[in-house]
Design a protein around this ligand. Structure first.
Ligand code: THU
Length: 134
């Protein structure tokens, strides 16, 4: 395991706080996401929709942007909530976003308890596959 202890309650609180900033007038489905980095920071994000519907930015998009704006690095743990504060599974695209920045022992809170990144996105495509053909 990485050196940082995961405080799931703190991550949940950060995700709920992020969710309260959501801009979701079209779906009325606010989402908040928070993650612990391997060096102990908490980064978060909310969903931001727009009139095109299809160009919606999921909460995880803002989260990975904030990860990089605050020094980059890799993720140790992830927590996502809906508008009621219930655990929400990241959508398929966002699992890919999270995979890109996974730390070696990344875990995610899911509707069925804590899982690893590999359990949530098995047999993933990743940066290593690009290297194979270069
Ligand atoms: N949403 C997220 O922000 N993250 C997810 O992983 C699932 C879906 C947002 C997108 C859209 O604004 C709303 O939830 C309904 O799909």
């Amino acid at each position: 395991m990485d050196g940082v202890e995961v405080d799931w309650a703190a991550l949940e609180a950060a995700a709920v706080s992020a969710m309260q900033n959501a801009y979701a007038p079209y779906s009325s489905f606010p989402v908040g996401a928070a993650a612990l980095t391997v060096d102990g920071r908490i980064v978060s994000g909310c969903n931001v929709e727009n009139a095109s519907y299809g160009l919606t930015l999921c909460a995880e998009c803002a989260l990975v942007g904030n990860l990089h704006m605050s020094g980059g690095g890799l993720l140790r743990a992830f927590y996502c909530v809906d508008g009621a504060g219930n655990v929400l599974m990241p959508c398929g695209r966002c699992r890919q976003l999270l995979y890109e920045f996974r730390g070696p022992d990344m875990e995610l809170m899911t509707t069925r308890g804590v899982k690893t990144m590999d359990q949530v996105l098995p047999d993933a495509f990743g940066p290593e596959h690009l290297e194979e053909t270069r």
